[in-house]
Design a protein around this ligand. Structure first.
Ligand code: G3I
Length: 327
């Protein structure tokens, strides 16, 4: 008798999963039974919905939204302005020269308006800007093309355009390594400064690509409290727990070592207990995948290496981690 994860968490927050049309087809049972929210793992990103200046392709994103609606699931939008998965034409003039700042700003506005308007009322929140902060040891803001061409004001503009496009959508800033002190403080400062200028940023997405050891429980708590002190809501947007130590580069494992799975179960238990403690500020927890047969971790950081970072195994059965994650 397997309880539904989403039903068990109904009094806390929606439980989401990153999906694609293929994942929906191949994981329909587990998805509809255990999840109450979806995010497009790739199919709402700039390169996929807007591959050429005058061409949008919403077929896959539409399928995902239709599936969610038919199954009474929420949809998180991911993502509008990112340094990755953005076609090169965005940053080029028609003759291949660098785009003029005013033209790039207009392209950003047009893209945000077109995508958000299409899903108005169906996508309740958006990761408007993703990963704009630099990694540790580097400058404050990432040296992306958006930043290089438009300067730091591109952040403010993105949120203002998003709010124009859908005044009811909740607008998030989303990032990784969010529990490391230096990065946490950079994210904090970014959102604090935007809100001090009355820019509509309503939430911070903590991606949650975590490991068996790090980040420590105390760092997760500290991060949630620090971000929540800004008066924004928090969502865990891309949760998964790799079985590998961050320095481990082996590629030969075909089955997960049982002691690693046990440790992962403890970790999921600890992490979900923290989320429940902060249920007043956490308004969603999304896993970056449904089951261990389909995970971006299989290609990262070592291409083609098998990982088992989710709550359901490769046969879509609940893992020990699933049972420990239950309230
Ligand atoms: O669709 C093509 C396929 O046609 C081709 O044969 C294959 C060969 O490599 O690539 C396929 O595209 C891949 C795509 O995922 C779909 O599987 C891309 O190469 C690959 O780069 C892409 O990776 C995605 C990654 O973002 C890109 O940076 C992952 O699926 C996706 O999980 C990942 O998600 C990001 C979040 O958006 C932001 N936070 C970090 C997170 C994990 O990196």
């Amino acid at each position: 008798n397997i309880p539904s994860l989403a039903a068990a968490y109904a009094a806390y927050f929606p439980i989401g999963a990153a999906v694609s049309p293929e994942v929906i087809r191949s994981h329909r049972d587990v998805l509809t039974r255990h999840f109450s929210s979806v995010t497009a793992e790739n199919h709402m990103k700039f390169a996929l919905v807007h591959p050429e200046p005058d061409r949008y392709d919403f077929a896959a994103a539409d399928d995902i939204v239709a599936f969610a609606q038919a199954n009474h699931m929420k949809v998180r939008g991911h993502t509008l302005v990112w340094h990755n998965q953005t076609p090169s034409w965005v940053f080029e003039g028609s003759d291949g020269s660098p785009v003029k700042p005013a033209d790039l700003r207009a392209r950003m506005r047009e893209h945000i308006h077109t995508v958000m308007s299409r899903y108005r009322g169906r996508v309740y929140c958006w990761d408007v800007v993703n990963e704009a902060v630099a990694d540790s040891g580097e400058a404050w803001l990432r040296d992306s093309k958006w930043h290089a061409i438009l300067g730091p004001d591109y952040l403010r503009d993105a949120y203002i355009f998003a709010h124009e496009a859908d005044p009811d959508a909740l607008l998030f800033y989303n990032d990784y390594n969010e529990c490391e002190e230096e990065k946490r403080e950079k994210i904090y400062r970014l959102v604090r400064d935007l809100r001090a200028q009355d820019v509509p940023v309503h939430g911070i997405g903590m991606q949650g690509h975590w490991g068996l050891v790090r980040p420590a429980a105390d760092d997760i708590r500290r991060t949630i409290e620090r971000f929540a002190s800004l008066g924004v809501q928090i969502q865990i947007t891309e949760l998964d727990i790799t079985l590998y130590d961050w320095q481990d580069r082996r590629t030969d494992l075909r089955t997960p070592p049982p002691e690693w799975l046990e440790r992962q179960a403890e970790r999921y238990g600890e992490i979900f207990a923290i989320f429940r403690e902060y249920k007043d500020v956490i308004t969603g927890v999304t896993l970056w995948g449904v089951a261990d047969d389909w995970t971006w971790r299989d290609d990262f950081p070592v291409r083609g290496r098998k990982d088992w970072p989710l709550l359901f195994d490769t046969a879509h059965q609940p893992k020990a981690a699933f049972w420990r994650a239950l309230p």
